[in-house]
Design a protein around this ligand. Structure first.
Ligand SMILES: NC(=O)c1ccc[n+]([C@@H]2O[C@H](COP(=O)([O-])OP(=O)(O)OC[C@H]3O[C@@H](n4cnc5c(N)ncnc54)[C@H](O)[C@@H]3O)[C@@H](O)[C@H]2O)c1
Ligand SMILES: [Zn+2]
Length: 340
């Protein structure tokens, strides 16, 4: 699969575990985390490795600086290739490092979490968090290639796997009704024979969207944010401590579907289907923090999609279709939060 972007294109390869090392050029420098390094040692050979501790709190400017200085210390040259091996934290940070080192070097994404495979490794958004907020420093910097190996997911713990499945359901809800039916019928596990084809479908959807709206200026890329306006507010209001991203957007998808139905944008009965799918997947459907409506709405007003303090949402019209709705009245958002 190929992804076109403003300055060229890159391929997404689907590989068996044994073939992954063949995508890593000799002399490539690897950025990863210590947990991932331990699991995928066989892929790394003699390549120099910068392994940061795992965790979102590591996606910061200090670690970004450390990685740049490490590259300089090993005399990494402008013609070298950087490899981002790990989940979205490593992918975002390493991609940002690649964009900055000597004003830009090539890099390869090898995503090892389900979330990173279906979402963060594709589309070229890279960056780090600042104390003032998530992803506040970054760039659009597409990789040279993405290598997806679903066998890598077998070592994920079930919480992390389910976290990624929230994004998979999201792709179904916003653009692939058939996927929703299939997910409802199958219990997808890391070693499920259908998993690779499901990951492919999600990536294809993201590819189609980012090709048309790479820099999120046309309102299309923003549709990928179904469940995310509320989900991000939940994550922020709970200081990223209580919920993984997929868990927060699961709750967000519930609230936003309720909101869509109340506004008459989402077909009645959709909420039941969304609830059923997420419940079967073992994802959370509601949270105490939803009662804190003023606080959540305040955070949403600072969302990147909000313009001049007006709330914007990607809402389903029905299962498999969505559209971006700008300027949703605050009182409707407050009721959807309270009733969820
Ligand atoms: N750039 C984008 O477009 C984009 C999109 C969505 C999310 N993100 C970012 O992605 C990040 C979240 O990514 P994530 O959910 O992958 O989290 P993560 O990178 O923190 O990985 C989660 C945990 O899983 C471990 N892990 C990774 N691969 C493993 C494997 N195969 N087996 C066992 N353990 C493994 C990691 O060490 C870590 O402890 C956030 O920072 C978010 O902002 C970016
Ligand atoms: Zn997401």
């Amino acid at each position: 699969m190929t992804v076109k972007h403003a300055h060229g294109n890159y391929d997404i390869h689907f590989a068996h575990s044994a073939n992954v090392p063949s995508f890593i050029p000799p002399g490539a420098a690897v950025i990863t985390d210590s947990k991932v390094q331990g699991i995928f040692r066989d892929w790394l050979g003699d390549n120099p490795v910068f392994a940061m501790p795992p965790g979102e709190e590591q996606k910061n400017l200090a670690r970004f600086g450390d990685a740049l200085e490490w590259l300089a210390s090993i005399k990494f040259s402008r013609s070298g290739t950087l490899v981002a091996l790990g989940g979205g934290v490593v992918g975002d940070l390493a991609g940002f490092v690649a964009s900055a080192y000597m004003r830009g070097v090539r890099y390869i994404q090898i995503p090892t979490t389900l979330l990173a495979q279906v979402d963060s490794s594709v589309g070229g958004k890279v960056g780090v968090d600042l104390p003032q907020g998530k992803n506040l420093a970054g760039a659009f910097y597409p990789p040279e290639k993405v290598v997806v190996c679903v066998e890598a997911l077998t070592s994920l713990d079930s919480k992390q796997f389910i976290n990624g499945m929230a994004e998979v359901w999201k792709y179904g809800f916003i653009g692939d009704a058939e996927l929703v039916t299939e997910l409802t019928e199958m219990q997808i596990q890391p070693n499920h024979p259908q998993l690779e084809s499901i990951v492919r479908r999600c990536i294809r959807h993201k590819r189609d969207v980012v090709e048309q709206d790479e820099h999120e200026t046309a309102g299309l890329r923003a549709t990928l944010n179904f469940g995310h306006t509320v989900g991000h507010a939940i994550e922020q209001a709970t200081e990223y401590r209580e919920y993984l991203h997929g868990e927060a957007i699961s709750i967000g998808m519930m609230v936003e579907t309720k909101l869509g139905e109340a506004l008459g944008i989402t077909d009645k009965g959709t909420l039941e289907q969304v609830r059923d799918g997420l419940f079967r997947q073992g994802l959370p459907l509601t949270a105490d923090i939803l009662r804190d409506t003023d606080r959540l709405i305040d955070v949403m007003k600072r969302d990147k999609k909000a313009k001049a303090g007006q709330l914007a949402f990607s809402l389903l019209t029905k299962i498999g279709e969505c559209k971006l709705i700008e300027s949703v009245p605050e009182k409707d958002v407050a009721s959807a939060l309270k009733d969820s």
